[in-house]
Design a protein around this ligand. Structure first.
Ligand code: ADP
Length: 446
C-alpha cells in the first residue's frame, strides 16, 4: 500500500478520500487553494500545501503546482476525486512520468471512454446498445440527414461535455442549423473541443448507471443506481438498487461488465444508461472516476469503493468473484446543495451558524461543513450528502424523512435543497418509483 497520498480535490470528496486513507494507514497531504485553508479536510490532514488562489484554474486545475506539491511532500500517489483533473488523461500520464501513482484508470482507459463520441464507438464494438445517433458531426448537412433518419426530437451533445453541460434538444430542421453552430462554439469555449454529435432524444427515460470495478484483467459490477431525479441534467437524489425488473437489471449490469472488460478497465468506473418505458436500455457515457453518488452502492454492497480504488492502483487484484457481491436492502442519497430551490436553484453562500446532522440506525452523512465554516463562492454548491440504508425502499424513504427532520443547517441568508428533498420524498409518484429524468418538471412544477 502507499505511504502517502496527495488529495488533489476539496470539500466532501477530499474528506471522503482522507477517511479511507487513514483507515488504510496511508498518510494524507491535502493540496488546497488559499480560500480552503480552513476547510475540514485541510484541518484533518497530516500535511497541507497551498497550491494557489481561489480560482480553480490556478489551484485545483494547476497541474505544475499539484505535481510540485506531490514531489515536495514525498507523496507516492495522487487521488483526484471527481471533477477537476479526475478525467484528465494527460494529468494521469504526467503523474506516471513523475513516478507518482494516479489513483484512477489508465490514461488509455480514459482516452477510450472519456470522449463521449468515442465511447459510443467502443460500446458498439463491445455489442452494447447505444442511443441511435451519429459519430462526431462533420457539418450541418450531415446533422440534417441524421435527424431525418432518426426522427425529431434529437439532442446535440459535446463530445468533451460533462456535468450536464453542452447539451441542446432540437425539435425541427429549422432549429438544427443554428443549434449545431452554436453548440460547436459553446463546446469549444467550455471544453476546448468543438466536436459535437447527435442522438435521438429519448422521452421520459430513467437514468440508470452501473458501478464497476476492474483490475485490468477482470471486471465486476456492483449493481446499479437510479439517478433519474435531476434538474438541468444534474442529479439531486440517487438510489440503489433501481426498481427495474430483474431481467433488465441482469442485462444492463452484464452489458456494463462487457463494455468495461472490452477496454481492460482498471479502477472504479460508472457506465451511464437511459432506459425507456419498454425497458430498452441505451449506453450514453462512462465516467472514469469515483462519483458523487458512490455511497448508495457502498450501503447495499458493504464495500468501500475508495479503498478498492487504492488497492487496485497499488497493483492488487480484485478480491471477490461476482457472485460474492451482495445487494442488500435499499439506499437513498440526497445532495444538499447550498442553493435556493425557490429561486431556480440559485447558489446561496454564507457562514454556518447552526449545524446538526442526523444519526441513528442506517444513516450516513458525508460533509465537510462545521459550525463557523464559511462556504466559499468559488466552487460547486454541494455541501453535504445524507445517505440512508434500510431493508426496503419504503423503509429507506421513511428513514430519509426522519433523517432530514433531524437535520439543521443554518446561517444568515443560507438556503439549501433540503426543503426540495422533503417534497420529493412525499411525492406519490416518487413513492411508487415512477421516476424519470423529467420528474421535476412534470411532477413538482408547483
Ligand atoms: P453529462 O456527461 O453532462 O452528465 P450525459 O450524457 O450523462 O451528460 O447526460 C446527462 C443527462 O442528460 C441524462 O441523465 C439525461 O437526463 C439527459 N440525456 C442525455 N442524453 C439524452 C438522450 N439521448 N435523450 C434524453 N435525455 C438525455
Amino acid at each position: 500500500m502507499f505511504k502517502k497520498v496527495l488529495i488533489a480535490n476539496r470539500g466532501e470528496i477530499a474528506l471522503r478520500i482522507l477517511r479511507t486513507a487513514k483507515e488504510l494507514g496511508v498518510k494524507v497531504v491535502v493540496a488546497h487553494s488559499d480560500v480552503d485553508a480552513k476547510s475540514l479536510p485541510v484541518l484533518l490532514a497530516d500535511e497541507a500545501l497551498c497550491i494557489g488562489p481561489a480560482s480553480s484554474a490556478q489551484s485545483y486545475l494547476n497541474i505544475p503546482n499539484l505535481l510540485s506539491a506531490a514531489v515536495v511532500s514525498g507523496a507516492d500517489a495522487i487521488h483526484p476525486g471527481y471533477g477537476f483533473l479526475a478525467e484528465n488523461a494527460q494529468f494521469a500520464e504526467m503523474c506516471r512520468d513523475y513516478g507518482i501513482i494516479f489513483i484512477g484508470p489508465t490514461p488509455d482507459n480514459m482516452r477510450a471512454l472519456g470522449d463521449k463520441a468515442n465511447a459510443r464507438k467502443v460500446a458498439r464494438e463491445a455489442g452494447v446498445p447505444i442511443v441511435p445517433g451519429t459519430d462526431a458531426l462533420v457539418d450541418v448537412d450531415e446533422a440534417k440527414q441524421a435527424a431525418a433518419e432518426i426522427g425529431y426530437p434529437v439532442i446535440l451533445k459535446a463530445s468533451a461535455g460533462g456535468g450536464g453541460r453542452g447539451m441542446r434538444v432540437v425539435h425541427n430542421d429549422a432549429d438544427l442549423e443554428r443549434n449545431v453552430l452554436q453548440a460547436k462554439e459553446e463546446a469549444k469555449a467550455a471544453f476546448g473541443n468543438p466536436e459535437v454529435y447527435l442522438e435521438k432524444y429519448i422521452e421520459e427515460p430513467k437514468h440508470i448507471e452501473v458501478q464497476v470495478l476492474g483490475d485490468g484483467e477482470r471486471v465486476i459490477h456492483l449493481w446499479e443506481r437510479d439517478c433519474s431525479i435531476q434538474r438541468r441534467h444534474q442529479k439531486l437524489l440517487e438510489e440503489a438498487p433501481s426498481t427495474l425488473p430483474k431481467a433488465v437489471r441482469t442485462a444492463i449490469t452484464e452489458s456494463a461488465v462487457r463494455l468495461a472488460s472490452h477496454v481492460g478497465y482498471k479502477s472504479a468506473g460508472t457506465l451511464e444508461y437511459l432506459v425507456d418505458r419498454e425497458g430498452n436500455f441505451y449506453f450514453i457515457e462512462m465516467n472514469t472516476r469515483i462519483q458523487v453518488e458512490h455511497p448508495v452502492t457502498e450501503m447495499i454492497t458493504g464495500l468501500d469503493l475508495v479503498a478498492e480504488q487504492f488497492r487496485i492502483a497499488a497493483g492488487e487484484k480484485l478480491a471477490y468473484p461476482q457472485d460474492q457481491i451482495p445487494c442488500r436492502g435499499h439506499a437513498i442519497e440526497v445532495r444538499i446543495n447550498a442553493e435556493d430551490p425557490s429561486k431556480d436553484f440559485r447558489p446561496s453562500i454564507g457562514k454556518i451558524e447552526t449545524l446538526h446532522f442526523p444519526g441513528g440506525p442506517g444513516v450516513r452523512v458525508d460533509s465537510h461543513l462545521y459550525t463557523g465554516y464559511s462556504i466559499p463562492p468559488n466552487y460547486d454548491s454541494l455541501v453535504a450528502k445524507v445517505i440512508v440504508h434500510a431493508s426496503d425502499r419504503d423503509k429507506a424513504i421513511h428513514r430519509m424523512q426522519r433523517a432530514l427532520f433531524e437535520t439543521a443547517l443554518e446561517g444568515p441568508g443560507l438556503k439549501t435543497t433540503i426543503p426540495f428533498h422533503r417534497k420529493v420524498l412525499e411525492n406519490a409518484f416518487f413513492r411508487r418509483g415512477a421516476v424519470y429524468t423529467n420528474f421535476i418538471a412534470r411532477r413538482m412544477s408547483e
